[in-house]
Design a protein around this ligand. Structure first.
Ligand SMILES: CC(C)(COP(=O)(O)OP(=O)(O)OC[C@H]1O[C@@H](n2cnc3c(N)ncnc32)[C@H](O)[C@@H]1OP(=O)(O)O)[C@@H](O)C(=O)NCCC(=O)NCCS
Length: 186
């Protein structure tokens, strides 16, 4: 079942998405901003990754689609812990032209609504490299996530170590946020 936000639709990743996903997987800017890392990947690696995306109740990866633009990025809910009711979430928007237009806010609001109101989860975890100002702005300033700690010198990028900021949001934080910003009715 597709997951609908106000501006975006979260849907399953299809074979036809792989060309763009492969381009983004090798994009130096995106890789400098996200937590994980990998060596340059070829299309065969991308295809193999796609083939591991079988339906899993523990890891879900979604294509972010916007009307008229089509595929604009990816978002995930991974390491879903059904007992303690939490999961890890991350996202990216692939092209710089689509950033700064509210698609990330809508994706995160949609992911939170789905996680808390459909899956019955109670909190989401995330992490942000200390210099990723857009990510801090969108998660912490706009979407109600809280800074919960810092893992010092966790990332090695551009010849030095950088802190990893631990962030998270609870179902209660989300309820307070939508009461305050009236996101779904504005
Ligand atoms: C992080 C990312 C998803 C944000 O997407 P976006 O399209 O810029 O975000 P939106 O337009 O939905 O949200 C705008 C809000 O984000 C914040 N923001 C966006 N760019 C910002 C910047 N350069 N500096 C500070 N805050 C910024 C602001 O709070 C802004 O709200 P405002 O316009 O009212 O000030 C996008 O930049 C991205 O995909 N980056 C590469 C991958 C990545 O960093 N992923 C997250 C890893 S933790």
């Amino acid at each position: 079942m597709n997951i609908r936000g106000k501006k975006v639709l979260l849907r399953a990743i299809e074979q036809t998405d792989l060309v763009l996903l492969h381009k983004w997987a090798n994009d130096p800017y995106i890789n400098s901003m996200i937590g994980g890392w990998h060596f340059p990947t070829n299309m065969r690696d991308q295809q193999k990754w796609f083939e591991t995306l079988s339906v899993s109740s523990l890891n879900q990866r979604f294509a972010i689609e916007a009307s008229e633009l089509g595929l604009i990025g990816t978002a995930n809910l991974v390491d879903i812990n059904w007992k303690d009711k939490n999961a890890f979430h991350g996202m990216l928007l692939g092209d710089k032209d689509v950033r700064g237009k509210g698609y990330a806010v809508d994706t995160i609001m949609t992911i939170m609504r789905y996680a808390f109101e459909e899956l019955g989860l109670n909190r989401l975890d995330g992490s942000i490299i200390e210099y990723n100002k857009p990510s801090y702005g969108v998660y912490v300033k706009k979407c109600g996530w809280k800074e919960e700690g810092v893992q010092r010198e966790w990332h090695y990028r551009n010849n030095r170590f950088w802190d990893k900021m631990i962030v998270g949001v609870t179902k209660r934080d989300y309820a307070e946020l939508i009461q305050k910003n009236n996101y779904w009715n504005e």
